[in-house]
Design a protein around this ligand. Structure first.
Ligand code: BES
Ligand code: ZN
Ligand code: ZN
Length: 495
């Protein structure tokens, strides 16, 4: 899709459709809405007076031959109360309207700037929203594929200079396309998206965007004594990989951020096998890993002045003849021994070695993302990710990055009392802490492997998958986390 800004008056822009956001309760008395009303012979007034259109979020009115404007169609869309307007509302509006217009065979549309939000942020969010909204998981359909394509998005604004607008569009595109890249690889079925294939895709990203990459095979993991990661991998015929992407623009920087993402390409549960129902969804257990690779891709393009490494422990969790058993004890790279009570709590095992490896590579701050626990969906649903960490200032920075980019997080407590639940009789710790506070005890387990390095953990099991199509978003992977990570890293680079 081509995206450009157009500084002409909105009525002069020739296109298939013009999108105009309308606030809840707004009357067409001043500004663009009044002018549209006049040029359309009072269409807006009549829609509002009859109560057909109130401006509530998500409402749409699609009008043919809208009068004295050069667009062939007019799409009025409710954006809710003016006081509640945010870039996130804008992002969703762009997504929902782009999807709607595509279904109407529109090829080219203009999105009118009406909000008072900072121009650059607003443009970026609109671009992100449209690109994210238009993503469809229909790669393997051989019929009934979405054949309709929007070819051009025009941002209709008389404000701003060309460079500022071009930069905002480019940023929006980089971030949204990276997110869609994550969604694409998460959607790939596990017979195709194996650990080796994930590593190959990471290699393509490295090559194309100029990152360094190191892919550790099982022999190297063995040399490094990564017993926790290898223990999970041993039940699978597919060999594991540990993917390390590096972005190092600054050789004498004090900071090195490590992004660590869980890369279980399929989670059967292992010997503690999962029930059949819904198991197909466990292909998305590499969402944290995909998000990590995607964020590294966007970072390589945006070039912030801070060193970042992305680490993805990638393996299947299978119940093969060599699979680890409940009760097995493994020794992690950090030296801690772990009693594996439940082989389905494999994410924390692979992350244990990946986190330790991040420290070994010199990370001064760590953020990890993982579809770690079913319990997080019970606690927070699909609205908030759970965040926990060992350094409140760092946790706050991650939360703030989420706030800036419309990715919600809610912090759960890591009181020392919860640590009791993962004490083991025969090893240093065990990999499950019982039914209570499952998301917290999982985080406590991870905490054992970061030592004093500032660390924040995002449990994305509830938010990485969208169960049914929404107006602004297709069913399937959301790519949640990419925007947060990019903003977090850029913010670190600025200080
Ligand atoms: N990948 C799962 C977590 C998960 C569950 C993600 C549902 C998405 C949807 C993880 O490896 C797992 O199985 N966790 C167990 C831990 C338990 C055995 C302590 C869980 O949450 O049930
Ligand atoms: Zn599991
Ligand atoms: Zn898992």
């Amino acid at each position: 899709m081509e995206i450009k800004a157009d500084a002409r008056k909105f009525s002069e822009i020739e296109c298939d459709a013009l999108v105009v956001g309308v606030y809840e309760g707004e009357r067409p008395e001043v500004g663009a809405l009044a002018e549209i009303d006049k040029r359309s012979g009072g269409l807006v007034t009549s829609l509002i007076e009859t109560g057909e259109f109130t401006g509530k979020t998500g409402e749409m009115a699609y009008l043919h031959n809208p009068g004295e404007i050069k667009a062939r169609r007019l799409l009025l869309t409710g954006v809710g109360k003016q006081a509640d307007m945010t870039v996130d509302v804008l992002r969703r509006t762009a997504g929902a309207t782009a999807r709607m217009l595509r279904s109407k065979k529109v090829r080219q549309f203009a999105f009118l700037r009406r909000s008072q939000l900072p121009l650059g942020e607003a443009v970026q969010a609109a671009v992100e929203g449209a690109l994210l909204g238009l993503f469809e998981p229909d790669k393997y359909h051989t019929s009934d594929k979405t054949e309709d394509h929007i070819e051009e998005m025009i941002l209709a604004t008389t404000e701003g200079d060309t460079n500022e607008l071009r930069r905002a569009i480019e940023r929006g595109r980089i971030i949204a396309e990276a997110t869609n890249f994550a969604r694409e690889i998460i959607n790939e079925p596990s017979n195709l998206m194996t650990p080796r294939e994930l590593a190959r895709r990471a290699g393509e990203v490295a090559e194309k965007y100029g990152l360094s990459i190191d892919v550790l095979d099982e022999a190297r993991m063995k040399e490094l004594d990564m017993g926790a990661l290898l223990g999970v991998a041993q039940g699978s015929a597919e060999p594991a990989r540990l993917i390390v992407l590096s972005y190092t623009p600054n050789s004498d920087a004090r900071e090195m951020v490590a992004i660590v993402g869980k890369g279980i390409t399929f989670d059967t549960g292992g010997i503690s096998i999962k029930p059949a129902e819904g198991m197909e969804k466990m292909k998305y257990d590499m969402s944290g890993g995909a998000t990590t690779i995607a964020a590294m891709r966007a970072i390589a393009q945006l070039k912030p002045a801070v060193n970042v490494i992305g680490i993805v422990p990638a393996t299947e969790n299978m119940p093969g003849g060599r699979a680890q058993r409940p009760g097995d004890v493994v020794r992690s790279m950090a030296g801690k021994t772990i009693e594996v009570i439940n082989t389905d709590a494999e994410g924390r095992l692979v992350l244990a070695d990946a986190l330790a490896y991040a420290r070994k590579l010199g990370a001064t701050r760590i953020v990890d993302l993982a579809t770690l626990t079913g319990a997080v969906s019970i606690a927070l649903g699909d609205v908030n990710m759970a965040i926990m960490g060992n350094d409140q200032a760092w946790v706050d920075e991650v939360i703030a990055a989420g706030k800036r980019t419309g990715e919600k997080m809610w912090q759960l407590p890591l009181d020392r009392e919860y640590r009791e639940q993962i004490k083991s009789e025969i090893a240093d710790i065990k990999n499950v802490g019982g039914r209570k506070a499952g998301t917290i005890t999982a985080a406590w387990f991870l905490r054992e492997f970061v030592d004093e390095t500032p660390w924040a953990h995002l449990d994305i099991a509830g938010t990485a998958w969208n169960d049914c199509t929404k107006p602004h978003l297709a069913v399937g992977p959301t790519g949640v986390g990419v925007r947060t990570l990019v903003s977090l890293v850029e913010n670190l680079a600025r200080r």
